[in-house]
Each structure stands twice: as C-alpha cells, then as structure tokens.
Write a protein that binds this ligand. Structure first.
Ligand SMILES: [Ca+2]
Length: 487
C-alpha cells in the first residue's frame, strides 16, 4: 500500500465512524389556520413575521404547499398518519380517527418504535378530547386556552371553567357566537395560553435527552377567537388594513357544491360586515399572525441556544388556511387557495440550498415519509405521501401534483400553474394560478383546457373511503381514553 492509498483508507475509516452519529432530532412547530399572509409567501404585503422569515432563510421554504384536507382534524390526521382523507375516511372535525384506524402508527408512535423519545405540547392533533391519545407520547402537555370561560367542559375536560370576564365578547358584536371573538385580553403576553407551550419547549430543550427526540409544539394562534396583546393590534392601524377584493359576482361561475362549501357559516361573515367590523376582523387576524410569529421566535431562540441547535430538523407548518371574506366566506373548509395554501418550511441538519424557495406543489401528507427518510428510519409503507428529500437536495427536482380533499369525491389538484377541482357531482373548476391568484375566473368550461383537466384528473384518488363514524355515535371516556359504539 502506498502512502496515497493509506491516506485514502484512513480518511474512509474516519468518515465511516463519523457517518454513524446519533440520529437527528425533530422539532415540529405547528400553527393553526395560518394562511399565506406570511412574509416569505407574500400573501399580505406589510404583514410582520420576522421569525418565520428567519426560519425560511435558514431552511427550505415551500411556496406551493397545501393541506390534505382544509380543516383541522382531517388535515392533522393526514399529516400525522401519512394517509390521505380518501384513504382513512376521516374528512371533517366530527370524526374520531383513533377508533377508525386501528394499527395505524402516527408520527410520534413510529418514531418511538424506532428508538426516539416523543414529546409534545399544545394543539398538535385536533384540540377536542379524544383526538390526541396520550399513549402516542412519552410526555405531553395539554393545550392551555385563552378563553376558559367559553370552552365547553365536555369537549375540554382538562380545562377548569372560569366565570365570564368583564368586557366579553371583546369584538363588540351583540349576540354573536362565542368562538368568533377577537380583541385584547386583560392580561399580559406571558399569560397567554400559547406561552405555556412555549415554556414547555424551553424546558424540554434545556434537558439532557438520552435518546434522539421527536418533539412537536402546537400553537393555537391565529385560530379564532383572535386574542392578542394590544401592541400586536397597534402594528396594524385599522385605517391602513387592506380588505380582500371580493367581486359581487365571484360565486357566479362556481358549481353548486362549491357554493355550499362557501355558504358554511355565511351568517357570521354577514353579521361581521353588517356590524361594520370586517376591517376589525382582518386587523385581529394580522395581529394574531404576528403573535404566533413571536411564539415561533421564542421556540427558535430556545433551540438555537441549546445543545440541540445543530442536530435538530425543524419543520414549521400550518394545518390549513383561512378566508377573510374571499368568496364571501370566513373560516376554511373550501377547496380554494385561501383554505388549502399553507406555509411550510423544513430546516434540515444539512444546509441543502437554504433560503431558496421551492415552487413545486407539495402536501402536508408528504411530511411523514420526508421525516423518516431524513432521520434514516425505515419507510412506513402505509404512507400515501412522497418524501420531499429530493426537493431539499435539489430545488429543481420534480414533485407530482398534490391533492386536497373535502368530504368524499371532492378533490382539488394543484400543480405549478393550475388548480383543478372536481366535486362529487362531476362539476368542475379550473383556475390559472399564475395568471390570477384570486381565483376569480373558472376556466373549466373552456374546451381549450380539456387536455389540462384530463392530465390533472389522473392525480385524484380513484376512490374515496366511506366516512368513518361521527363522534356523536361513540361514547368516549376521557379518563380511560377509550371509545365505545353507542347502543
Ligand atoms: Ca386549523
């Protein structure tokens, strides 16, 4: 052996021993109902999200990411099981996923099975009792709400109900329903519920962990009720707040099923507008986005000053978007861009063309196979999604179009240019997202685009699983965390 061969062999040995370090940790940060009004996505010029943008510069920001379902429970169920709603039959908030999917391993369960410590706090899976079984986790801190006077004790048995405070409701709308409130609570920023999840993250990241960890911190903001300290409202003076553009006839070219989705909770939108509070609502949403961003900042600071800074994969996501009057709708639960488009950032332990946006369509259902691959765990063959590692490695890699589903056989496909939606009755929408972000012109009836529709239709699931039982048919016992079919 000559000297050169010897050096190359010893270099190889050194690489081999350095190549088997402990597996990377995972820190997920989830927010609720945050649409693309985030700095790096440009959905609302002037929105302040310095911390999310900081992560976007350090990691890989996705600009065309979509939820698998446009509402909390089915979106989170898809993210954490790696299965689409059309596979599981979990399509909406009123369906328990656990009794319907025996043997399905959620992300924390799968990581635990593969030697990880799984821990979390706040709203991770859906926030109502029965949706976040504690046996998935080695440790879990329950969500703390800002409105314990409103929260229903049968839905949130761990919450101690408090008497209604003075000044409630804070948005000043008479006889308006309790959840859809906004304003400044008579307490300090440190006393807000999301800060308890932030505190948990701070403590967790200071501890010595013997195993690699899979940790998830779930923030409630900017979900309704939209409460935040006054300084966040002051960042968006009301006279400068921009309202979405909503043409009078915008629903005219939308099929009947689309109109049904848009009409859900229409009365709330109409009450807000009639009361002259539309601008106030938009201001509150902006304030709560920036509040959520501040929470994200605290968590990133804790990580960066911890010994886990360099060997932890960070994933930031929102479970679905949010309408602020577009298509005459507030809330989510539609198959339009406002509901499906979400922020998504992955910061791997390798730099991977950091800060450079990925414009390819991706889905939150892709996170499960992405994380198992990045952590070197065996692939879970039950996953529907596709690993995003090729996109992390190379910003020019391709990714197939992604699907958002809301109830059986209503699917919306996104690629880099188009949104093609087909509702259960066969009616269609086609929007050119490059030509117009607002989805004002449904092109589905134009024969010029027949081939485009045919191409995109191939990505829709061939069949939709029957919806799993509604929770009204199940007796759930919180103490034993068991489910029994009602007689
Ligand atoms: Ca949500």
């Amino acid at each position: 052996m000559n000297r050169r061969e010897f050096l190359s062999l010893t270099a190889g040995l050194a690489t081999a021993s350095a190549a088997t370090p402990a597996r990377p940790n995972v820190l997920m940060i989830g927010v609720d109902d945050m649409n693309d009004w985030v700095g790096y996505l440009g959905g609302y010029p002037g929105v302040r999200t310095p911390n999310i943008d900081r992560l976007a510069a350090l990691g890989v920001p996705f600009t065309n990411a979509h939820c698998a379902a446009p509402v909390c429970n089915p979106s989170r169920t898809a993210l954490f099981t790696g299965k689409r709603p059309s596979t599981t039959g979990v399509y909406d908030n009123e369906q328990y996923w656990r009794p319907a999917l025996p043997g399905t391993l959620t992300l924390p369960e799968y990581f635990r099975k593969n030697g990880y410590y799984a821990a979390g706090a706040g709203k991770v899976l859906h926030h109502v009792a029965g949706f976040n079984p504690p046996d998935q986790w080695d440790e879990f801190q329950m969500q703390v709400f800002d409105d314990p006077w409103y929260r229903r004790t049968e839905w949130y048995p761990w919450v101690k109900k408090e008497p209604m405070p003075a000044g409630y409701p804070y948005n000043g709308i008479k006889n308006f329903q309790g959840e859809f409130d906004w304003g400044v609570l008579p307490k300090t920023e440190a006393e807000y519920g999301d800060m308890r999840a932030v505190d948990w993250a701070g403590k967790f990241l200071k501890q010595d962990h013997k195993k690699p960890f899979f940790a998830c911190v779930g923030l409630w903001h900017p979900h309704i009720p939209m409460f935040a300290p006054k300084e966040y409202f002051d960042m968006y003076p009301k006279d400068k707040v921009q309202l979405p553009i909503v043409p009078e006839d915008d629903l005219a070219d939308v099929p009947a099923q689309g109109k049904v989705f848009a009409a859900a909770r229409r009365d709330e939108f109409e009450t807000i507008v009639k009361d002259g509070k539309w601008r106030d609502m938009v201001q509150a949403y902006l304030a709560c986005i920036t509040f959520a961003d501040a929470m994200v900042g605290h968590i990133l600071d804790f990580l960066e000053s911890s010994k886990y800074a360099k060997n932890t994969i960070v994933v930031f996501w929102s479970d679905n978007g949010w309408h602020l009057g577009e298509k005459r709708h507030v809330h989510k639960s539609t198959l339009w861009q406002r509901s499906t488009h979400v922020p998504l950032i992955i910061k791997d332990v390798h730099p991977r063309q950091a800060g450079r946006v990925r414009v390819q369509p991706v889905s939150l259902v892709d996170l499960y196979p992405t994380l198992t691959e990045l952590c070197g765990l065996p692939k879970n063959t039950a996953n529907d999604g596709q690993s995003l590692k090729p996109l992390l490695d190379n910003r020019l890699a391709s990714h197939p179009p992604v699907v958002t589903t809301y109830w059986p056989d209503n699917h919306s496909v996104r690629d880099e240019r188009w949104r093609y939606t087909r509702y259960k009755d066969g009616s269609e929408e086609l929007f050119d997202e490059v030509a117009e972000k607002n989805e004002f012109h449904n092109l589905a009836g134009n024969p010029k685009y027949a081939a485009e529709k045919q191409r995109l239709a191939k990505f829709m699931p061939a069949r939709s699983a029957a919806p799993v039982p509604e929770r009204s048919t199940i007796d759930f016992d919180y103490k034993t965390y068991t489910y029994k079919k009602k007689p």
